[in-house]
Ligand binder design. Structure first.
Ligand SMILES: Nc1ncnc2c1ncn2[C@@H]1O[C@H](COP(=O)(O)OP(=O)(O)O)[C@@H](O)[C@H]1O
Ligand SMILES: [Mg+2]
Length: 208
């Protein structure tokens, strides 16, 4: 773990976070008591072999899966008591993608922003800026299905940032960005994050 700032408040604090699946016969202990403290501005490597429980942990921290044990606070919100607060505070960029093939990119972002109660004018201004940041200036009228894999992935990232979350959570941060882009994005992510004031939480498998 590379620590950048221990003074800052913890954006993730997990104690004994646990998740088991299945019943008595087919019980899988996917996550067995994870203790984790991540401060704002800190760079954390969350690594493990295939099946170690990374995705399950991230899903719990994003409120997509209920823990079967332990507790966690994300951006100051208690995971079990205030899951809606956690959802408001984070921007989740799923590794599976979150856009519909037939939807036009601009409208897809605006619809997503409206779900967070953001008005159309504000959402449009933010979306145009983020699309510029992510090197997607001309996709507004394009259907999501017509974008390349890397472009679509970057569109997912715009969707995850449109409500200006405190923390951006991303599975496989650079997955499908494209061979020429990862270095560029490793540079530009922290810059956008500093400007818009959020923290990046991401994990990436080192296998395969
Ligand atoms: N919905 C599920 N039902 C049963 N077992 C699951 C489920 N999701 C994950 N697991 C199991 O939990 C373990 C951890 O999986 P996962 O969190 O996806 O690992 P990682 O992301 O580190 O590769 C694996 O053994 C996996 O098969
Ligand atoms: Mg995984």
């Amino acid at each position: 773990m590379l620590s950048q700032s221990r003074e800052a408040p913890a954006i993730i604090e997990a104690k004994g976070l646990t998740r088991t699946f299945g019943g008595r016969r087919s019980r899988v202990e996917a996550v067995r008591g994870v203790d984790l403290k991540v401060h704002a501005g800190e760079i954390v490597g969350f690594l493990g072999p295939n099946g170690a429980g990374k995705t399950t942990t991230l899903k719990m921290l994003c409120t997509l899966l209920e823990p079967t044990g332990g507790s966690a606070r994300v951006c100051g919100c208690e995971l079990r008591r205030d899951p809606v607060g956690v959802r408001r505070a984070i921007g989740y960029v799923s590794q599976a993608g979150s856009t519909a093939n037939e939807a036009r990119a601009g409208e897809e972002i605006i619809s997503h922003a409206r779900l967070y109660g953001i008005d159309r004018v504000t959402a449009t201004a933010r979306a145009r800026k983020l699309l510029q940041d992510l090197d997607l200036p001309d996709v507004w009228e394009r259907t999501c299905g017509s974008l390349s894999g890397g472009q679509r992935r970057r569109l997912d990232i715009v969707m995850g940032l449109i409500h200006q979350p405190k923390a951006r959570v991303s599975g496989r941060a650079l997955h499908r960005i494209g061979p020429s882009k990862p270095c560029q994005f490793v540079d530009s992510y922290p810059k956008i994050a500093r400007r818009d004031g959020y923290d990046n939480i991401s994990y990436h498998p080192l296998h395969g």
